[in-house]
Design a protein around this ligand. Structure first.
Ligand code: NAD
Length: 498
């Protein structure tokens, strides 16, 4: 990582001044400046973001609608070429994007590299799939004397509303999927990571994307988000974020009168569980639990929240886990020795600490990593913790941070465990650790989630190889990075010729 760190150095002190990137000039009559500081050091200013006003958001929808027929008629090969150029530009600007992921999002270097590579993979994969799907109509067999063709087109204007925890990969994946399929896009990044999103859209424009086809609308969710989701001209929303926010968006879209039924593609929160039976190898379990629960400070939708340990193996796993948690180093994400960085902001820290304090007061603490004030005094840090609880049903909501909940179960209770996990209604990731192959496969079959991992950690997805996404309260599908994803952004037209 040293050459990359050297390249990043010149972006570590830069102060950015950013704002909306729209099809028209933005007047600065109203001051909506929002200052961004680093989660690991609140004294460090990353820059400022001019937030989009309601009036600008509404004008942006006008421009997006006007651009749609022209963009949809642009050959898919040209659309895909722009997306591939974006991938190249992101690789060329890897150091700056990583510096921003770290300064604005509190990401470790290793997480930042993975994230930008994932964004690059999304570009290549969706460009390839778009050319396969949209290039020529599919001929369908039909009665003699008639020919039938299925043609794909864009749907219209998409709002792409994204979270802060993958500010490049998820943001870029949503925008690119919608645009390469022939839609115009209004990209609304998360408040916390609008500067890195601004840089990505600058690169996309540099790659040749017309400014009226993809526009950037930074701003707070309830304001900009609600202008977009209540506008009758929005054809679809591609959203990743909390389950509660998805419900708000769903209601806003449904409340619009007299408009074509909208598309909502939502990827939301998880209450991800891992079941460990008595045949599992404790050391391997702990290595995977540490990664699943605490990597990225637990701020991954796929992160492990509830660990189910079969009684015979529970004491041994907990003992090794305690030792491993003692070794974790919490601190500055720019330091290569850091394992766990900060959580995104003070609001997140306070919410997590309230949950931790409550469980501690109930006497449930099993293990806790010590925070060293020398490394954590100026940022929003939360100690990795592990608690004993009675079952996943005891948790009210997703805790989006480094908090692990542990449940002990008896072999005879396994059916009840599976029912409880399924009844919770979330269905994102899930894992089994067992050397009993048929047990692992049976559980994988019974559990209602989007991604199951056997004998490994439960986070991560490889674009085009492990399509990612949940079901139930965790998302609508289709899976990001999978072969069917672009179809949700497309209209289908059947043409029959006699
Ligand atoms: P969030 O729901 O708070 O915000 C997501 C986006 O929605 C932001 O851009 C925000 O400004 C916008 N928003 C907020 N209120 C809105 C409204 N009323 N109308 C329209 N838009 C609005 O989520 P977050 O805190 O940014 O991200 C963390 C959450 O995202 C976690 O729950 C995590 O599990 C989930 N997530 C899911 C996946 C997945 O693939 N399933 C991936 C990453 C994150």
């Amino acid at each position: 990582y040293q050459p990359l760190m050297d390249a990043m150095a010149r972006f570590m002190d830069k102060t950015y001044t950013t704002g909306p990137l729209l099809a028209f000039e933005v007047s600065k009559d109203v001051d909506t400046t929002h200052v961004v500081t680093s989660p690991y050091d609140h004294n460090q200013r990353v820059g400022s973001v001019q937030w989009t006003t309601r009036e600008q958001a509404s004008r942006a929808v006008d421009a997006a609608w006007a651009a749609f027929p022209r963009w949809e008629a642009t050959p898919v090969g040209e659309r895909a070429t722009i997306i591939r150029r974006l991938a190249d530009l992101m690789e060329e600007n890897l150091a700056e994007l990583m510096a921003l992921c770290s300064r604005e999002g509190g990401k470790l270097l290793t997480d930042g590299v993975d994230e930008i590579r994932e964004a690059v993979d999304f570009c290549h994969y969706y460009a390839m799939r778009a050319e396969e799907l949209f290039d020529a109509p599919t001929e369908l067999p039909g009665p003699t004397g008639e020919s039938n063709e299925l043609m794909l087109g864009g749907k219209g204007v998409f709002a792409a509303i994204s979270p802060w925890n993958f500010p490049v990969a998820i943001f870029c994946g949503q925008v690119v999927a919608a645009a390469v399929s022939g839609n115009t896009v209004l990209a609304k990044p998360a408040e916390q990571t609008s500067i890195v999103a601004h840089r990505v859209i600058e690169l996309l424009h540099e790659a040749g994307m017309p400014r009226d086809v993809v526009q950037l609308l930074p701003g707070d969710g309830p304001t900009v988000g609600s202008v977009l989701t209540s506008d009758p001209r929005i054809t679809g929303v591609v959203f990743t974020g909390g389950t509660d926010t998805a419900q708000i968006i769903n209601r806003a879209l449904a409340a619009r009168d007299n408009v074509p039924l909208p598309t909502l593609i939502a990827e939301t929160g998880g209450m991800n569980a891992l079941i460990v039976d008595s045949t599992a190898l404790p050391e391997q379990v702990v290595a995977d639990v540490i990664q699943s629960a605490f990597q990225s400070a637990g701020q991954r939708c796929s992160a492990l929240r509830v660990l189910y340990l079969q009684d015979d193996v529970a004491d041994r796993v907990i003992e090794i886990l305690k030792g491993a948690m003692d070794e974790l180093h919490v601190g500055d994400p720019r330091d290569l020795g850091t394992d766990v960085g900060p959580v995104i902001d003070e609001e997140a820290r306070q919410g997590l600490m309230a949950h931790i304090d409550k469980l501690k007061a109930e006497g449930r603490l099993l293990a806790e990593t010590r925070l060293d004030p020398a490394h954590t005094a100026h940022g929003t840090f939360v100690p990795p913790t592990a608690f004993r609880i009675d079952g996943i049903d005891a948790l009210e909501r997703e805790q989006f941070g480094p908090v692990l909940h542990i449940v002990r179960y008896k072999a005879s209770e396994i059916d009840k465990v599976i029912d409880t996990i399924n009844d919770k209604g979330y269905g994102l990731t899930f894992g089994v650790h067992s050397r009993n192959e048929s047990f692992a496969e049976l559980i994988a079959q019974k559990i209602r989630v989007g991604n199951v991992y056997i004998n490994r950690n439960i986070i991560g997805a490889v674009v085009g190889v492990q399509p990612f996404g949940g079901q139930g309260l965790s998302g609508t599908g289709p899976k990001a990075g999978g072969p069917h994803y672009l179809l949700r952004f497309a209209t289908e037209k059947t043409v029959t010729v006699n």
